[in-house]
Design a protein around this ligand. Sequence first.
Ligand code: ATP
Ligand code: PRP
Ligand code: NIO
Length: 495
Amino acid sequence: MNSAPLSGLYAPSLSLLTDLYQLTMAYGYWQQGLQDREAVFHLYFRRAPFQGGYAVAAGLAHVADFLENLRFSDDDLTYLASLRSAKGAPLFPADFLAYLKTMEFRCDVDAMPEGTVAFANEPLLRVRGPLLQAQLIETALLTIINFQTLIATKAARIREAAGTDTVLEFGLRRAQGPDGGLSASRAAYLGGVDATSNVLAGQRFGIPVKGTHAHSWVMAFEDEETAFTAYAQAFPDDSVFLVDTYDTLEGVRHAIKVARTMRANGHELGGIRLDSGDLAYLSREARELLNEAGFPGVRIVASNDLEENLITSLKLQGAKIDTWGIGTQLVTAYNQPALGGVYKLAALRKPDDSGWDFTIKLSEQLAKTSTPGILQVRRYESEKGQPRADMLYNTAEPLPAQLTIVDPLDATRRRAVRPETAFRELLEPVFRQGQLVQPLPTLAESRTRAHREVLALDPSIRRFLNPHTYPVGLEETLHDYRTRLIREKRGVQGG
Ligand SMILES: Nc1ncnc2c1ncn2[C@@H]1O[C@H](COP(=O)(O)OP(=O)(O)OP(=O)(O)O)[C@@H](O)[C@H]1O
Ligand SMILES: O=P(O)(O)OC[C@H]1O[C@H](OP(=O)(O)OP(=O)(O)O)[C@H](O)[C@@H]1O
Ligand SMILES: O=C(O)c1cccnc1
């Protein structure tokens, strides 16, 4: 039991992919007869990762997969039946487990399609349905969306730095285990890399697979030239030689020598790879050697702990690098290893079914106080499709004719919306009554969306250093309601 097959990842019976407290709360709700009280939760993050100005939403396809397969198998229930309370009694009584056995997922889910650009405090996803179920799925939703959104965002930043150069993801060996590697490869592709070295990700998700060869290949032959010749024999039209095993520029000369033989036999060397040393200097020198030898088409691949800031710096230094191989920094999101996405209750149907109670989580910090309602995110865009401002509003209440967006952190900052401004509603129906409404976009389509949406952002929001804060606010009546609720909950009479 300690080595579940990898093929089970994202496949049936991940229903126990949760924290124990979700199940203990589920039992408690059931015992109190609250299991079917209609509830609304929102999933959002409070700060964009990497001190950046935006995030790229990712992971919804795996969330959908998880929810479609959410049912407790006999094995799951046997395990739950084996859990014991402090006094040794069963933690979960048999009649509750019998309830779980027949339970079918019935929630509505609305979400930003994968590849949508998202900002702090905007619901990426909204769940509406029976309290027990909407609560139970919290942990799985967060673990899937937090990680994939984080990695897709990192990839978008690397894409930004690389411009139109090719970017390859090489991270599997340094990833947070097999699933970390697999979902990172998917999210990195969604966020903008061109291919992965991860063959399982290629098979599972249809991502193009690419690669060069390791130092060990060179070390396995008596000399570098022999090693390159042997590789070219195996892959006459798909060779990229790693040239830095002994002396990088000597390595380039050996590559050129073998490339000449290849050309004489009707083949062209694809590229060389630099993996150490001063990549700006070495790439310029290598480019010159290759060009002088008549190989301007041989590409220069660079790897070695690269990330967006290094790529930017290398470009400023005049590096002649065509392809960036990125591993550790991308798949582990090295400089920010977690996205702090949260899942908060925002509405509960009144016990007599006469309407909604909107709920709020208070915090010492206003920024951490949640927003009540059944929220939608409306993105206002310029005529050219450039995002201008986002407005959160409560779909359970009528919208006033004149809309005003209020900054929740500084209510003096508000802007009136001109009625003719074009907008999109970002949360789209994904599940209704537990059923997928329509097939989700393919990974390739989500990747295209991510590319389009990131490029549509103003460069001031995309920049790495002190990016401009994109305006996200609350519709005025929602803001006023939230303020009243905060006062009420603090025991201060509003006025
Ligand atoms: N011109 C450059 N400007 C800034 N950083 C660079 C430049 N060239 C390389 N780097 C980066 O510097 C870091 C250290 O590279 P370097 O090759 O000197 O050390 P290393 O990785 O320990 O080398 P080796 O692989 O030979 O052990 C890497 O992240 C590399 O990408
Ligand atoms: O630096 P990263 O961004 O994580 O990219 C992946 C790294 O993995 C490989 O090194 P490794 O030493 O594992 O094997 P090698 O012999 O193929 O270089 C490769 O050469 C890269 O340097
Ligand atoms: O194909 C490559 O060059 C490669 C693959 C994985 C890790 N580093 C490099």
